[in-house]
Design a binder for this molecule. Structure first.
Ligand code: NOJ
Length: 540
């Protein structure tokens, strides 16, 4: 008898990013927590996602909303502690949901014991060798070691006092000064992170989302960059060649893959790698490296058929070269929500609905961000309430990312819409969201939430039947269409998306789902439909 080998679960899974601080607050302190997530697991299972990615819950001084970790092997009491994590994991698994957690290896918090020790240790010591301490340039070492800038604004170097109280060495921080970069060329750092991965794998997590995966290794000489900008949500990385995407970073992930593979159950990791193009990204998902990397090219593509198609083709081709699956992302906690990116208001909503059917029809895995299933737009958070360090560090020139991070509205007519029992939430919930709470949208058949539920349910059926590769169905006529098929026989599905300004005729077949009202047999602008092509052998 031949054994049937099934594909690993993550290859075509739909992940849901839970931005912990804003998902659900169980104890009324205005901050989301793990028991809050636990109480909403049924909602997530019913939505139809396969796995969660939970943003950092570690003890942290919160300089960067938890992406500044002081202890990698604990859960902050604010979020419920380790016991709450274990309980959440057990319940999620019982409901068939996988759980992946955020791991932040590029930098620690300045409150991490390693950095505290490094500050009181001498230049050249073992303690300092865990980070990137260097002497400054110029007379008295007053100039930073190179011209690198922090992603969040300002220089990427901060000077610390020497033992005698006079100005001493500088240390590198690609983000805030409270997030010192680790020295990944030091084997002690690799060993420590292997142990951290094992800590969470032993507890039963299904995988990791790797923060700043492309940044761990810097050019060993730390040379000046030709430009001083850095990649991030708004940048393409072309100007900074020495801080990011260095060849040796792949050795780190080869080791991590071995660790993951040494556990049963297809444990996985997805890398956050802001790199220049699909080929560079594919290098992170070679067979002996990470299972997945976020495809930010798709997220960055404008609402235009030619751009979308180019990104889809390039993404599929690059991952096919290495035998990996492609991932598709429209929003996350670092970027402007896609309803707003696509034009806001009614147009933004229409396009976001169509984009969902596009994304979920593509081969591979999709990552959803909490609140997109409600069609939430970007919020303008009042200056005094802003939390993102970007706002201060850029001298109030960049507004920061708070607008996509406000609490999820669950029910009721006024802030905080069932997120918490206090109105004093860590970021304020906006007025005017009574119609886009989970409760309100659950009651409306034409809501964004209803569309997400229907689309995820249908997608499970054809993914369960094998999915299949994408075949473009080119036709003459407007080039504002994306039109492709997947699968065969009873699970054949055609996805047509109209990104143009005029309605187009729909292919013959049964409409399984449409993102908006159809105009008879025509597909209106900014609308997508999933069609089951008519079987020529069908008699009735
Ligand atoms: C990427 C995370 O998604 C972002 O929120 C964070 O600020 C940076 N990495 C630094 O850790």
């Amino acid at each position: 008898m031949t054994e049937r080998v099934s594909a690993p679960w993550w290859r075509d899974a739909v992940f849901y990013e839970v931005y912990l601080r804003s998902f659900a607050d169980s104890d009324g302190d205005g901050v989301g927590d793990l028991p809050g997530i636990r109480s909403r697991l049924r909602y997530l299972a019913d939505l139809g996602v396969d796995a969660l990615w939970i943003t950092p819950f570690y003890p942290s001084p919160l300089t960067d909303a938890g992406y500044d970790v002081a202890d990698y092997r604990d859960v902050d009491p604010t979020y419920g502690g380790l016991a709450a994590f274990d309980a959440l994991l057990a319940d999620a698994h019982r409901l068939g949901l996988r759980v992946t957690v955020d791991i932040v290896p590029n930098h620690t918090s300045y409150r991490h014991p390693w950095f505290v020790d490094a500050l009181s240790a001498a230049p050249g010591s073992r303690e300092r060798a865990r980070y990137l301490f260097r002497d400054g340039h110029g007379p008295g070492g007053d100039e930073p070691p190179n011209n690198w800038a922090s992603v969040f604004g300002g220089p990427a170097w901060t000077r610390v006092p020497a033992a005698d109280g006079r100005p001493g060495q500088w240390y590198l921080h690609l983000f805030t000064p409270e997030q010192p970069d680790l020295n990944w060329r030091n084997p002690e750092v690799g060993d420590e992170f292997e142990s951290i991965l094992r800590f969470w794998l032993d507890r039963g997590v299904d995988g990791f989302r790797i923060d700043v995966a492309h940044g761990l290794i810097k050019d060993a000489m730390l040379p000046d960059n030709p430009g001083v900008r850095h990649p991030g949500p708004d940048h393409d990385g072309t100007e900074t060649v020495h801080a990011w995407d260095q060849p040796e970073v792949h050795e780190v992930f080869r080791r991590w893959r071995q660790v993951l593979d040494s556990y049963p159950g297809d444990r996985m990791a997805v890398g956050e790698a802001w790199v220049m193009n699909a080929e560079r990204l594919a290098a992170y998902v070679r067979p002996d490296e990470l299972q997945q990397a976020f495809n930010f090219l798709f997220l960055g593509a404008p609402w235009a058929a030619a751009d979308m198609r180019q990104v889809i083709d390039a993404s599929l081709a690059a991952t096919a070269l290495v035998g990996a699956t492609t991932t598709w992302v429209l929003s996350n906690h670092d970027v402007v929500r896609h309803v707003t990116r696509y034009g806001d208001g009614a147009a933004g909503q229409r396009r976001a609905r169509a984009a969902l059917l596009l994304m979920l029809a593509l081969p591979g895995s999709a990552y959803l961000y909490q609140g997109e299933e409600l069609g939430l737009p970007q919020v303008e958070v009042a200056p005094a309430a802003r939390q993102d360090p970007v706002w201060e560090r850029t001298g109030h020139t960049e507004i920061g990312r708070d607008g996509c991070r406000v609490p999820v509205p669950w029910s009721g007519d006024a802030p905080p819409y069932g997120f918490s029992t206090t109105a004093q939430t860590w970021l304020p919930a906006p007025a005017g969201w009574a119609d886009c709470t989970v409760a309100a949208e659950s009651a409306r058949g034409d809501s964004m939430l209803a569309l997400y539920r229907a689309a995820l349910r249908l997608r499970r059926e054809w993914v369960g039947a094998g999915g299949g590769a994408l075949r473009w169905m080119d036709r003459t006529g407007p080039s504002d269409l994306l039109d492709f098929e997947r699968g065969g026989g009873a699970t054949r599905v055609r996805c047509v998306v109209n990104l143009g300004a005029v309605a187009v005729s729909l292919p013959v077949g049964d409409v399984l789902l449409a993102s908006g009202p159809l105009a008879g047999d025509r597909l209106p602008p900014d609308t997508a439909a999933w069609i089951r092509p008519v079987d020529p052998n069908r008699t009735a």
